[in-house]
Ligand binder design. Sequence first.
Ligand code: IPD
Ligand code: CA
Ligand code: CA
Length: 263
Amino acid sequence: MNTNTMNVSLQAVVRIVREAAQLMRVTDFDVMQKGACTNIVTSTDIAVQQYLCENLHILLPHAGFICEESDFFDTSSSQVWIIDPIDGTANFARGHQDCAISVALVSDGTPVLAVVYSLFSNVLYVAEAGKGAFRNGLSMKVSCRGLAESMACGGFSLYDKRMSPLCWRVFEELFYQCNDFRCIGSAALGLSALAAGMYDMFFEIRLSPWDYAAAQLLIVEAGGVVTTLQGKPLTYDKPQAVVAANGVENHRLLLQVIEKYQR
Ligand code: IPD
Ligand code: CA
Ligand code: CA
């Protein structure tokens, strides 16, 4: 098992993330557009990312960074921080509470440490490889609900709407087969809540490594399953689909529904 071999203290990372989150209390942030009009970034995203990078660099000077709001991917080191300064920026910019900082440390291609922190909901998710996953200090496990009782969560390929029709079809079928469906606008929080047993399935056709790297470790440590569309382990080199569930049976059924509409 790949463990946190660099011996970075989880507490130190949590402290840095909590400090960075205080920057989200500023209310007079600027909102800028990135490419398509659905894709926005605020001055707070930039400030949070800068704070995280400066302080995580002090903690682990040789580690690289993959951050959403950067023009560079520095992956020359075998240890890389993967950071989404605010996951759910559209929620944040409108005053919705579902937004979070997501930080993962990936060592030789495997996440070894994860922190997802939602300041406005006061929820902190953490995990270290081989040591379990925790929500506000309490050990968490995925649910054991079957398909009919499941609540599914996901998104509609907001930044590339050409892929949205597949998502609508998949979620429509799932909606009739399971209990209910949610789209909360933060993939990191949706996936983290799955790890805590609050959702039972999750699908997005196109997420980036900073959306899922931390939550992926939470899910694995909480006993869930998370893969690509091909049922393969997620990688951190490109955007990809994320298919997650509370166990192998729901994961298999979810993949089956997706495959049906991909043809
Ligand atoms: C987005 C959110 C959203 C998901 C998008 C992500 P951002 O991240 O997680 O829920 O549907 O695919 O890109 O842009 O708010 O960091
Ligand atoms: Ca994101
Ligand atoms: Ca973001």
